[in-house]
Design a binder for this molecule. Structure first.
Ligand SMILES: *Cc1c(COP(=O)(O)O)cnc(C)c1O
Length: 395
């Protein structure tokens, strides 16, 4: 009986032999999603978290594969990656987290505990210690749960005077949501300055404000002590990674509140060695990437779809640039309600339930219109999209 080695050698010598040594780098032949009954869809919406976010840069996958096959002390890796990130971004300190939301929880905990081990073990039980975070009423939103997760009470204010009056010995932090800057009475720079004036650390959620890459350092340069970012959105790092950037002492405290330390609020927010290194690769690649390519591509697609919809009678279009989508071009589609009496929700559902399934943005801007986002749309999906819109809106 031949041993394995001679067998392989022999097989390889046969004409037409197909034996190959399996390699981890080879993509699997299995088509998993259909096999397990997961329905494919055309993403004509955006890189929503619920839709899996952005696809990682290939360079990120390579970095993760590198880390997969090597041993490392997680704390040493965080330290080294943090240093490298801080130097290429141009900030004092950095850490990789399991997303912007986790960055917000860890930042809040850091502002409460500092490096005090007893306090770190207590969070989120904040009885008798700092337990308040001040926020503008207009900055309340679903993701402030990430701050509340640390156990704090959110104290709502509207004006600078109110904020100054609300500051007290229980105040741990001041929190700001970048996207609502124009909705509040206290703007970025003044908000950060109020924190400095009262010696209270300030945190900004800048999660999906990248690109432009300059945002990574901009908020801190404006005077914020900490800034939280998503890794799996514009930066195209691992879906479940993110960053907390800012003051050295607070980042050190945030790291002590995080995994791999066991008795901490952050133990459930652990980041793998693959994700930590993948995040670094994502930031490095993104800093070199010309993001205007994406805008050119999406503008081309939006105009192409508009042109292809022109022959449909009763259907008109307009290009918009919603702020909530970082100013990316979207196509608004209006229809003659006497021909197709569908509401927006019904039109969306008809597209979603059709074959193939098509998903459009959650929020249309106003009545009588559908919206299309092209960030995740593929060129080869345009004709199908146009056909289905015709079937639904101009039957
Ligand atoms: C996506 C998002 C978050 C959460 O980011 P994760 O990295 O998924 O935790 C927070 N705030 C805003 C505005 C977001 O868009």
């Amino acid at each position: 009986m031949p041993n394995r080695r001679t067998f392989l050698k022999g097989a390889g010598a046969l004409p037409g032999a197909t034996w190959v040594t399996p390699k981890a780098s080879q993509s699997p032949a299995r088509d998993y999603f259909p096999e397990i009954g997961v329905k494919p869809f055309i993403n004509a919406a955006a890189a929503y978290s619920a839709f899996g976010g952005r696809n990682m840069w290939p360079a990120v996958v390579s970095a993760m594969e590198y880390a997969r096959t090597r041993n490392v002390i997680i704390d040493e890796l965080q330290e080294a990656v943090g240093k490298r990130l801080a130097s290429i971004i141009g900030c004092e300190a950095a850490m990789v987290t399991s997303g912007a939301t986790s960055s917000m929880t860890l930042a809040t905990a850091a502002c409460i505990t500092g490096t005090d081990e007893a306090l770190i073990r207590r969070v989120p039980d904040l009885r008798g210690i700092k337990n308040q975070v001040i926020i503008q009423k207009s900055h309340r939103y679903s993701y402030d749960h990430g701050v509340r997760s640390a156990g704090v009470e959110l104290v709502e204010v509207e004006t600078a005077e109110e904020l100054e009056r609300a500051v007290n010995p229980s105040t741990a932090m001041l929190f700001f949501f970048f996207l609502n800057d124009s909705k509040g009475r206290i703007h970025l720079r003044e908000f950060a300055a109020l924190g400095k004036k009262h010696g209270i650390p300030t945190l900004i959620d800048g999660s999906n404000s990248v690109p432009p890459m300059s945002r990574l350092s901009e908020y801190l340069d404006t005077g914020f002590d900490l800034a939280a970012f998503s890794g799996g959105k514009g930066l195209r790092g691992p879906y479940s990674a993110g960053m907390l950037l800012g003051r050295q002492d607070l980042i050190e405290a945030a790291r002590l509140n995080n995994s791999p330390h066991a008795d901490t609020i952050g133990r459930g927010m652990k980041v793998s060695k693959e994700e930590v290194l993948g995040m670094l690769a994502a930031v490095e690649f993104s800093l070199d990437y010309d993001y205007s390519v994406e805008n050119v591509r999406e503008t081309r697609l939006v105009n192409l779809i508009a042109r292809k919809l022109e022959p449909l009678s009763g259907v008109t279009t307009r290009v918009s640039y919603p702020e909530t989508e970082g100013g990316r071009p979207h196509l608004q589609i209006f229809w003659d309600e006497t021909r197709s009496p569908l509401t927006i929700a019904e039109a969306q559902k008809a597209l979603e339930d059709g074959e193939p399934s098509i998903r459009t943005p959650y929020l249309a801007l106003s009545d009588g219109q559908l919206e299309i986002g092209c960030a995740m749309l593929k060129d080869e999906e345009v004709d199908t999209l146009v056909r289905r819109i015709g079937e639904v809106l101009a039957p």
